[in-house]
Design a protein around this ligand. Sequence first.
Ligand code: C2E
Ligand code: MG
Ligand code: MG
Length: 755
Amino acid sequence: MHRNASTEHNAEVLFRFAEDELANSNEHISGDCTLLSVEDDKGYQNSLVLALNGLKVQGKKINVLTANSASEAASILAERDDIGVILLDVVMEKDDAGLFLVNTVRNILGNDRIRVILLTGQPGMAPRKDVMKEYDIDEYWNKVDLTEDKLRTLVTSNFRTYISLTELYVAKRGLQMIVDASRSITGKQEINEFTHTVLDEVGKVIGVGQSGGIVCVYRPDNASLAHCPVVASSGDFDNIPANSLAGFLEVDNGGKSNPQLVHTINRALELKEHQFFEGWSVLYFSTAHVDNQHYLIIVRSPLKLESSHVTLLMVFSENIANGFTNLALLNKLSTLAYFDNTLHIPNRNWVVRELQNMTSSERQRSVMVLVDIQNFTETEITLGREYTKSLLEALVANLRHQCPLVYSIALTGDDSFALLFHKNNRPNPQELEALSEQSLNINGLEHKLMLNVCAVDLALVDDLSPEQYLTVGEMALTTGRDRGEQVSFFAADFPAEIEARYKLLRQLHQAIADQVGLELAFQPKVDMRSGKTTGLEALIRWKQPDGTMVPPVKFIPLAEASGLMNKIDALVMKKTFSAAEELQRQGVLVPISFNVTCSDITNKTFIDSLQQLVDQQLVPANMIEIELTESQAMEDYKEVNPVLEKLLEMGVKVNIDDFGTGYSSLAHITELAATTLKVDQSFVAQLTGSDPAAATAVCDMVRRLGERFNFEIIAEGVETEEQRQLLLENGYQYGQGYYFAKPMFLDDCIAWLKH
Ligand code: C2E
Ligand code: MG
Ligand code: MG
């Protein structure tokens, strides 16, 4: 489209030059200074071109382009962004064609850096004053006044202005880029992603295009230079052998290392400063105060870096340095949050995050194997924490040995693990079978462990939300275990069942959030001899909006599995206290017990709010009791018992619920901080069932324990007169069960009590 200056001659030219000089003006002039001469008078055009020949501005040659009409000029201008000055004739295809072009440049192309020098042969057509006022032009000259000298001075000074404006523009754009770049790097939370973005942005800031490249290496404290791993690379350095700095240095210099670059890198590390030489920039960053690491970003740019680029790079480096530090801090936090510091493997949070971060297609290709140790708590009680720690360590080592292709092993509970596999590396059924029976060597002795194992094909749960995969897998594991299967598979028909449970869980979430539908029912505890009520047990009831009653056995395990129990327990506690107040108001003085879960007993917030309620003294502390199941009390005995002691100090009685069903609490019975043992209803049922002798033996034993260690005893689940008689014969005085009364809502319960 554009043409270099033609050599055509015209008699009317203002300036005359020798032919050889004309030829000279034809050569391609490189550099940033491009002038566009727009003139329909070819003769005049040529004289302009000749007059500018050999002109230099700030050491740069001026490249002259010509156009013979405003429309031709417009298309040249639309195509190129390097034109600094326009010499513009006013009258061409139309009387005001030149002025029209000015508008196009300023308003349509939006370029206000180009200097426009208007030249006119007919000043009458476009008077200077009007034109300068109306159009954004920089000079207005009458052709007859323009000598060669004037033209050269004019062009030179306008190019100078253009160059300064451009520098300002570049600086402004550079700063804007830094702002944008900083914005895009600060969001990154992972070192690889962060450095990739940084490399992209650095490339943009200094204009590393198709040629050139950037590499980021990190240097763990005192690692040798050659062994510094590459974190990310781009451009020419995209595929670095061995992913190390040594590999990079070889690639860069065709197999040999570049001594000057090595020297510069060493200097950057030594001085802990950025270094620049020729086409190279070596940027130094340190997060040593957080994690003892150092990073280098090495940039090769096609051209020697200009000082403005170096300045931009330095400014940007500040942001990068902050980014590296933030990441290091984040990593440190995530190590604390996502790793188990006893076994030094990822923890449950990590698994959840990992599953969340997987893309759907990654999940299609992944298998999660969950394992759970049988009777772990008993082992811990019998053999102690130190021993079980060794046991877990040995198990992790063994799992790794048995599954060399496992992607990760994480601890998901006290005694459970999740193993993540790529589908191709998944263990087959025989291998899973082998996993479920572990023979471990602990201090030279063999310890056999039985594991429950469940393989979950993540493709099957893909329609659930990621945070549910683990819970769903665990439900599958529990279901398998309850069915007596040591190895189970997350079956394809599982999702429907689980879907239903999730629906229920969502509704429960809602019920808790809205505080509707969850109410307490109260079941009397009675003196079986006199029939007098000695206490009440608060039991939660959930009535769904459609009226369906969901029994606690159905939603409490769900709430436990999904971390909702603390909310339920808090709600129950609050309601128990207000029920106790109401009873007091009505003049009925019987204590109320409410059920709590182990995780809440050891939760400071829960105990603190209980303490607060007690301190308010709206009801006396001895009107409130708690119930905790035997298995939960024993599971975390060391942490739970001190809290139970504290409750007793507050004056709150402690009932051990479902006593006799967990593993024996006998080991701790002497120091167990409880006031009451509630014999589980299964033994009461058995008194009149198939094995009365065995049930009688248990009831007898519990009674003796009570007498010996000063516990009150209550029999749960008394349904018949026969059971009441047998219990009385066995020395039981207190009981609870349908025979006396079913759980009732407060109003009914008060009426019942008064009656
Ligand atoms: P639990 O604490 O052992 O409560 C006794 C359960 O036995 C209650 O069932 C009660 O309704 C039932 N029951 C009472 N008398 C008889 C009887 O004569 N025969 C039979 N077959 N059953 C009887 P519910 O209310 O369904 O609660 C079941 C379990 O759910 C409770 O067992 C308790 O572990 C838990 N639970 C109930 N409410 C709460 C609560 O508010 N918080 C917590 N954390 N757990 C609760
Ligand atoms: Mg109970
Ligand atoms: Mg019970």
